[in-house]
Design a protein around this ligand. Structure first.
Ligand code: NDP
Ligand code: GDR
Length: 331
């Protein structure tokens, strides 16, 4: 019989990659979606008829209990969250409800319905924040710098606590930034590659950015969902840093993306002070030695390949939009 997986946040970047990965492994894949007046299933449109989607919400305890009772998954991946750091200053309470307390609601539902369900929590390098050491590993202390980072630290520790209190097979993946052509356009990498494509094709003139000196450890989302799955296949539950170990500035990302299409980034990028954060995370770089040795996990996509992949996908998408406009204008 096929193994059953339930993914919260299936409509997000990671949800789409994880759903594809698990389907390829022969899983029966269920996804939790929240009700909206307009469906936003673009990222999973190509998988739609192979998935079973259920309405529930991280804010609603009973909906999560009912969902888990109905699906009875073997594995549950909790990817749903308010995941955009700047929004966490504008909506700190909602961010805590989704990103912190939401984790407890899912864990309580597992405890109540079936404590043998294996649980993955999407934790974040933002928990390291103003990092006490570099590179960061599983023992590096947390110093989060945003309401989002604080909420993720809660989610991490409640995952550890339900493992220790109730023996639940609960794992926390401390994931560094990971990107793809499916990344939301408000995150800096996709904001840049979308702008590069639009500028190249004459649809945009300038790109406004904030802090170009911020350093991140950027990997490919497709590699990161493999690490999530590997964590739930081990004999014992544990926590793992997932990262490439390489660090670049936002400026370097710009340089590479613009030069790939033959443009010079300084001709287009403008600094907007409004995009600077009240408290910045200046530099992050992960040490994934444990994931490499215990899980046998390795990233397969380099930073340079990632930038090119994202620019290529955005060029193709903007070109298709232009072609559609021309066709519509001509009909
Ligand atoms: P996205 O922002 O792309 O996706 C977030 C998902 O959460 C969406 O499916 C969204 O649904 C869903 N969601 C939000 N609030 C609720 C709610 N109240 N009830 C149900 N579903 C909800 O994030 P990513 O795919 O990039 O990230 C996945 C997870 O990994 C997140 O928890 C994120 O914080 C974490 N993470 C991500 C990293 C990264 O670099 N990408 C790094 C480290 C951690 P909807 O479509 O309806 O908005
Ligand atoms: P981050 O990702 O905050 O690391 O969180 P983001 O891409 O938003 O920012 C990365 C860095 O770029 C700087 N920056 C800008 N950022 C945005 N969004 N827009 C800009 O115009 C801009 N200019 C400069 C930021 O200041 C920051 O230093 C992501 C999310 O996916 C989280 O959910 C996840 O937990 C972490 O990665 C790991």
């Amino acid at each position: 019989m096929a193994r059953r997986a339930l993914i919260t946040g299936i409509t997000g970047q990671d949800g789409a990659y994880l759903a594809q990965f698990l389907l390829d492994k022969g899983y029966e894949v269920h996804g939790m979606v929240r009700r909206a007046s307009t469906e936003n299933f673009e990222r999973i449109a190509h998988l739609r008829d192979r998935l079973v989607l259920h309405q529930a919400d991280l804010l609603d305890q009973l909906s999560i209990i009912t969902l888990i009772s109905e699906v009875r998954p073997h594995e549950l991946y909790n990817l749903a969250a308010q995941s955009f750091v700047p929004t966490s200053w504008l909506q700190p309470l909602l961010t805590s409800e989704f990103t912190a307390l939401g984790v407890t609601r899912v864990l309580e539902a597992i405890r109540l319905v079936d404590p043998s369900i294996r649980f993955f929590q999407a934790s974040s390098s933002e928990m390291f924040g103003d990092a006490r050491e570099e590179p960061q590993n599983e023992r590096t202390p947390f110093w989060p710098r945003s309401p989002y980072g604080v909420a993720k630290a809660y989610g991490h520790w409640i995952t550890v606590n339900y493992r220790e209190s109730y023996g639940i097979f609960a794992c926390s993946g401390i994931m560094f930034n990971h990107e793809s052509p499916l990344r939301g356009k408000e995150f800096v990498t996709r904001k840049i590659t979308d702008a590069v494509a639009r500028i190249k094709l004459g649809r945009q003139e300038k790109l406004k950015l904030g802090n170009l000196d911020a350093r991140r450890d950027w990997g490919f989302a497709g590699d990161f969902v493999r690490a999530m799955w590997l964590m739930l296949q081990q004999d014992k539950p544990d926590d793992y840093v997932v990262a490439t170990g390489r660090q670049h500035t936002v400026r370097e990302f710009c340089q590479l993306a613009f030069s790939y299409v033959g443009l010079h980034w300084e001709d287009y990028v403008e600094i907007d002070r409004a995009l600077f954060r009240p408290a910045e995370v200046n530099r992050l770089r992960g040490d994934a030695t444990k994931a490499r040795t215990v899980l046998g996990w390795e990233p397969t996509v380099t930073f340079e390949q990632l930038v090119r992949m994202m620019v290529d996908a955005d060029l193709e998408r903007v070109q298709a939009e232009l072609a559609q406009e021309v066709a519509a204008g001509g009909s």
